[in-house]
Design a protein around this ligand. Structure first.
Ligand SMILES: Cc1ncc(COP(=O)(O)O)c(C=O)c1O
Length: 391
């Protein structure tokens, strides 16, 4: 998110802002990262500060391989991973190397608005497929794929966020995951699976094991899966990974950027590897889950207590966002304008749609604010909305 966007969407400095889908800065493990920086510099300074291997720092790759084996039973090797400077840079690289201006890609409606910005940077023709409470409507996807095939077009990829989606908070059902993969095979297109929220699951019955990723279900044939340390350690690290079959990763590794840059962020990779290999990430994720679960529960309880009956919202099992649907005819922009006069702000739905829609939707991020501010802010949102719906 740019400074400009923070300013233009963040409202007045003192506003309670539901805009930021940022990690909670109070959660950053600063002391442990200072120690990890010192170790990286003292013990490995000569390599940590040098250009690194194109695929990424070996011990970090091996840590990730062990994590996927332990958490998901996925047996991979280094050839299936490439370290990136975050999921956004990975997506940018995929667009750069696998698409040409005018190519078609499919996205969920709504989807992560900054992904739409990246796709637009590459001049792609973006088609949207609606969601319901079980995620992407695969029947609608099939219709669009059929229509594209009939007009001689094959989309380059389908971009999906299966777990705790941004902005809707929804999770794609297992049945639909399977159908989506079958469609990608039938219509010979790739899937880009943006999986940055997987570890932030707040339901005990899912703890440690969300639904299988698209990559796992597909055994890696047509899925490029993006992961990130942004949400589980700190966004400023700019560190993530791409998991894919070697045939796709090799193309990325052969790129000019990968060759010239000497691997994404070698120094930060050393720091994060030291942190993870000390066994600090797993207990840290457990504290994040408790922290964000409390915020999510606070937001849902505040919505239950304050919103008029005509308003509905998602109940996310993880991630950072709740997605509201206002009654038809009540524009989110109108509610925001009055909300800002009363000291709250949020993002209305339209930026999250590639082909229009979302005028009566609201994205509320609960990750960044304190539980107290969530309660206060939702109370104001409830008052403004009730007034506008005459309740
Ligand atoms: C769905 C999704 N993908 C990617 C990102 C950005 O990830 P990174 O910081 O690894 O670039 C975000 C951040 O909000 C996100 O919500």
């Amino acid at each position: 998110m740019s400074d400009e966007e923070i300013q233009s969407d963040g409202g007045p400095a003192e506003a309670i802002s539901f805009v930021y889908g940022f990690p909670d800065p109070d959660s950053f493990p600063i002391g442990d990262l200072i120690a990890a920086c010192q170790t990286a510099l003292r013990e490995k300074g000569r390599t940590a500060l040098q250009y690194g291997p194109t695929r990424g720092y070996g011990p970090l790759l091996d840590y990730l391989l062990a994590k996927f084996q332990r958490d998901e039973g996925l047996t991979l090797d280094r050839e299936n991973l490439l370290i990136s400077a975050g999921a956004s840079q990975a997506l940018d690289m995929i667009c750069c190397l696998f698409t040409r201006p005018g190519d078609t890609v499919l996205v969920e409606a709504p989807t992560y608005h900054e992904t739409l910005m990246i796709l637009r940077d590459y001049g792609l023709n973006i088609l949207q497929v609606p969601l319901d409470e079980k995620g992407l409507l695969v029947g609608e996807l099939e219709q669009r794929l059929e229509w594209l095939a009939a007009t001689g077009r094959r989309p380059k990829f389908i971009y999906v966020i299966p777990d705790f989606q941004n902005p809707s908070g929804l999770t794609l059902s297992l049945e639909r995951r399977e159908k989506l993969i079958a469609l990608a095979h039938r219509y010979e297109t790739l899937i880009v699976e943006d999986d940055v929220y997987r570890d932030l699951c707040y339901e005990a019955r899912y703890a440690g094991s969300t639904l299988p990723s698209l990559y796992a279900l597909d055994e890696g044939r047509t899925v490029l899966r993006l992961g990130s340390f942004s949400k589980i350690i700190a966004a400023g690290l700019r560190l993530g990974w791409i998991m894919a079959a070697p045939q796709w990763l090799n193309r990325l590794m052969d790129s000019g950027l990968a060759a010239a840059a000497g691997g994404a962020n070698p120094f930060v990779s050393h720091v994060v590897a030291d942190y993870c290999l000390r066994g600090l990430l797993e207990p840290h994720i457990a504290t994040l889950v408790a922290r964000y679960r409390l915020k999510r529960d606070t937001m849902l309880a505040a919505l239950d207590a304050n919103m008029p009956a005509e308003v509905s919202w998602t109940r996310p099992m993880g991630g950072f966002f709740v997605w509201l649907t206002l009654p038809p005819g009540l524009a989110a922009q109108e509610v925001r304008t009055e909300g800002e006069q009363r000291g709250i702000t949020f993002l209305p739905g339209p930026p999250f749609f590639a082909e229009g829609g979302g005028e009566n939707n609201v994205r509320l991020a609960f990750s960044y604010l304190s539980p107290q501010d969530i309660e206060k802010g939702v109370a104001v949102l409830g008052e403004v909305t009730r007034k506008r719906t005459n309740k």
